[in-house]
Ligand binder design. Structure first.
Ligand SMILES: Cc1ncc(COP(=O)(O)O)c(C=O)c1O
Length: 406
């Protein structure tokens, strides 16, 4: 079965402008179901929720519905999902909460592959006496090697903060294996799924991680993020919310500052979109939403890998181009960051924009990685990242535009 890209594209009003959107690892476009859900929330129940009167009760119902769908998206319980303004903020709150279970002499492992969101806040635990060790990428491949993790883990390790998939190399790390090793040493795993979850079906229980991070604006949603925290762990962590929010109020104890109601109301639109894709490709199966996610994501991921292949081939063979990351196919999200010998990365986005191709350049907040690769003086990398709505024709246009610019 092939993924119906034309059908998917019809759900995204912004695609009508004919532009080739290739900064999907930065953020995806939103389908009309999301826009409709937000509009409906703002026009029908934009009031304080949980009251007894109509609009207020309806607002609460819609918020609960959205949270239930987001939990199902990653195979979690709804009380294990913290919805907040960004992944960066969610991790910040988490690390503050972790201070209650850490003591001087404990160790944390972070990487130089990760986006800074799953990095800096952990490194700042040094001020609580935590020793922070860095799991470093191999400078030629930009890969993290499992043997290097084994060498860093010891009986004092309490946390391993690592990305599921890099937003620069596109490489998926073997989270299940990382979790197995970390748990064996008595450590927790905080996995950054922001770049991975848009391209792979995620079940946090199967992965076995303790925390999983996900920014919903990169999965066809509005600008919010969610964080799975395994319920046993969340119970042990010190609440970070107001003093009158009880320690057993999950996930409210970690939901500092709450979330925007209309934004969360719109999250059900992501589920509507996935359900529409499911009905299009698997009509009449009547699966509950939780069971629709995997077949849809598996199909879309295969399609993305196929559509992206010519770009991968071009960038990995073009003279003077250094493509970052070694993986291919579905072992790599369709994320392609590259540097061109002797050229500044910032030269390229304007040249591509002239061909109606949207990309950016820089370090993408994975500055430690770009530094390790020696690419900071060149202004980082150019990154072209696909979503399942990008077409083979757009990829050809991108390749032609690159060929002219390089
Ligand atoms: C891999 C990765 N992790 C974390 C983040 C940060 O997400 P947020 O903007 O929700 O803080 C990003 C954003 O680009 C990302 O790509």
């Amino acid at each position: 079965m092939t993924f119906d890209i034309a059908y998917a594209r019809r759900q995204f009003p912004q695609l009508d402008d004919g532009f080739g959107y290739f900064d999907n690892a930065g953020g995806t476009l939103v389908p009309k179901s999301v826009v409709e859900r937000m509009t409906a929330f703002m026009t029908e129940c934009q009031v304080q929720p949980k009251g007894v009167y109509g609009a207020s009760a309806e607002a609460a119902r819609r918020l609960d519905e959205a949270k239930a769908r987001m939990a199902e998206l990653v195979g979690a319980g709804v009380e294990e999902i913290v919805i907040g303004h960004s992944t960066t903020l969610n991790v910040y709150v988490l690390t503050q909460a972790m201070r209650s279970i850490l003591k001087p002499g404990d160790e944390a492992i972070v990487t130089n592959l990760d986006h800074e969101a799953n990095n800096g806040a952990w490194r700042r635990l040094t001020d609580a006496g935590v020793l922070v060790r860095e799991w470093r990428v191999h400078p030629d491949t930009a890969d993290l090697e499992i043997d290097d993790l084994k060498a860093l883990l010891n009986e004092r390790t309490r946390i391993v903060a690592v990305t599921h998939c890099s937003n620069v190399t596109g490489t998926f790390n073997d989270l299940a294996e990382i979790a197995r090793l970390a748990h064996g040493a008595g450590a927790l795993v905080c996995a950054d799924g922001v770049a991975g979850a848009p391209h792979a079906h995620v079940n946090v229980k199967t992965l076995g991680v303790d925390v999983y991070l996900c920014s919903l604006y990169k999965i066809y949603g509005p600008h919010h993020a969610m964080m799975y925290v395994e319920r046993g762990l969340m119970r042990r962590l010190k609440g970070q919310n107001h003093f009158f929010i009880a320690e057993d109020e999950l996930p409210l104890k970690l939901n500092v500052g709450g979330y925007d109601f209309e934004v969360v109301g719109a999250l059900t639109g992501i589920a509507d979109y996935i359900s529409a894709l499911h009905e299009r490709h698997f009509p009449g199966t009547n699966r509950p939403f939780a069971d629709q996610v995997k077949p849809v994501f598996d199909l879309a991921a295969r399609s993305e890998a196929e559509i992206a292949q010519p770009l991968h081939d071009y960038l990995s063979t073009k003279k003077g181009v250094r493509l970052i990351g070694t993986k291919t196919g579905t072992a790599r999200a369709p994320v392609f960051a590259f540097a061109v010998e002797g050229r500044q990365a910032s030269e390229f986005p304007p040249k591509l924009a002239a061909h109606k191709i949207g990309v950016l350049s820089g370090h993408y907040y994975a500055q430690r990685l770009i530094d390790a690769l020696g690419l900071l003086p060149q202004g980082g990398v150019v990154r072209a990242s696909l979503a399942h709505y990008n077409t083979a024709e757009e990829v050809q246009r991108l390749i032609r535009a690159l060929d002219e610019a390089i």
